[in-house]
Design a protein around this ligand. Structure first.
Ligand SMILES: C[S@@+](CC[C@H](N)C(=O)[O-])C[C@H]1O[C@@H](n2cnc3c(N)ncnc32)[C@H](O)[C@@H]1O
Length: 275
């Protein structure tokens, strides 16, 4: 019976927590807060949105929607970045976690002048088959066909390697790094360490699926990402901003389920030298 699951006290407590959070969620206030983060980062979300839709519409026939839909704010952040002087000068971009290559092609369209390196697991890495239903031969074949059709284009280099080996296989340096591979410990720790060292001074690392609630998490991500970010922030002058991944109430109202895309800026020691 559908109600049986609520006899489990912890599931029932989670159900009540989610229901209360949904009722209390103030979308307008959340949007105002997020807009302020864009502004203080020097981004224009309205122009960014137009730019993003000009890329998304021909690609998928749909415009960006993270309020009623499930698109993630990283696409909007990339679009905003691509409009800045810094973004126009970005030459090298790394994506950790290609998956089906959708973000790879969006990055290529937004930053046509840049070389894109995108990395995903080799066929024999056990995590490949144990995630995203790729143990099903039909799913795996379709995944590879879509991924390969997207990454096989000029200006994109697909590196099939566990990200642990990136410093040897594709050391960079990079202006922009999209960290979207394994979000659990230990992968998230070496990805952040590698990303930090492979990022040029003044460059950016964007980290997907960050839970800021210590009790937050799912099968693919946990609070480990935040722990690593905090570890770095305690030891370097990195600038950190957490952007809500989806404003959609179903995804964002309960803080334990709310995920962020975190933007980390690696300072350039040459800046403000004379200040
Ligand atoms: C969430 S998907 C990436 C989605 C993609 N970046 C996008 O925006 O459409 C995560 C991908 O990371 C890959 N991955 C997980 N652990 C990895 C590792 N250690 N090295 C390389 N890729 C990894 C998975 O195989 C999976 O395809």
């Amino acid at each position: 019976m559908a109600m049986t699951k609520y006899l489990d006290p912890s599931r029932y407590a989670a159900f009540l927590r989610r229901r209360t959070a949904l009722a209390q969620y103030d979308l307008g206030a959340v949007q105002a807060e997020e807009r302020a983060k864009f502004t203080s980062a020097g981004f224009d979300p309205v122009a960014g949105r137009e730019r993003l839709d000009s890329v998304l519409l021909p690609l998928s026939g749909q415009s960006f929607d993270h309020v009623t839909g499930t698109d993630s704010v990283h696409w909007l952040l990339f679009a905003c970045l691509s409009l800045t002087e810094w973004g126009k000068g970005a030459r090298d971009i790394l994506e950790i976690g290609t998956f089906r290559g959708k973000t790879t092609v969006i990055l290529k369209a937004l930053f046509p002048q840049a070389r894109i390196v995108t990395c995903d697991l080799p066929d024999n890495d056990p995590i490949l088959a144990s995630s995203y239903r790729r143990d099903d031969p039909a799913v795996l074949a379709e995944y590879k066909q879509v991924r390969d059709s997207r990454v096989r284009q000029d200006g994109i280099r697909f590196v099939q390697a566990n990200s642990f080996f990136l410093p040897a296989t594709a050391p960079g340096p990079y202006d922009l790094i999209w960290m979207d591979g394994g979000h659990l410990y230990p992968e998230v720790a070496w990805d952040m360490c590698n990303a930090w060292h492979m990022c040029r001074p003044g460059g950016l690392v964007l980290c997907d699926d960050v839970y800021t609630d210590p009790k937050g998490g799912d099968a693919y991500a946990s609070a480990a990402g935040l722990n690593v970010i905090n570890y770095l922030a305690a030891r370097t002058p990195v600038e950190v901003t957490h952007f809500i991944k989806r404003e959609n109430p179903a995804w964002a109202s309960d803080t334990r389920q709310r995920k962020y895309v975190t933007v980390l800026r690696k300072p350039d020691p040459r800046e403000n030298r004379d200040a």
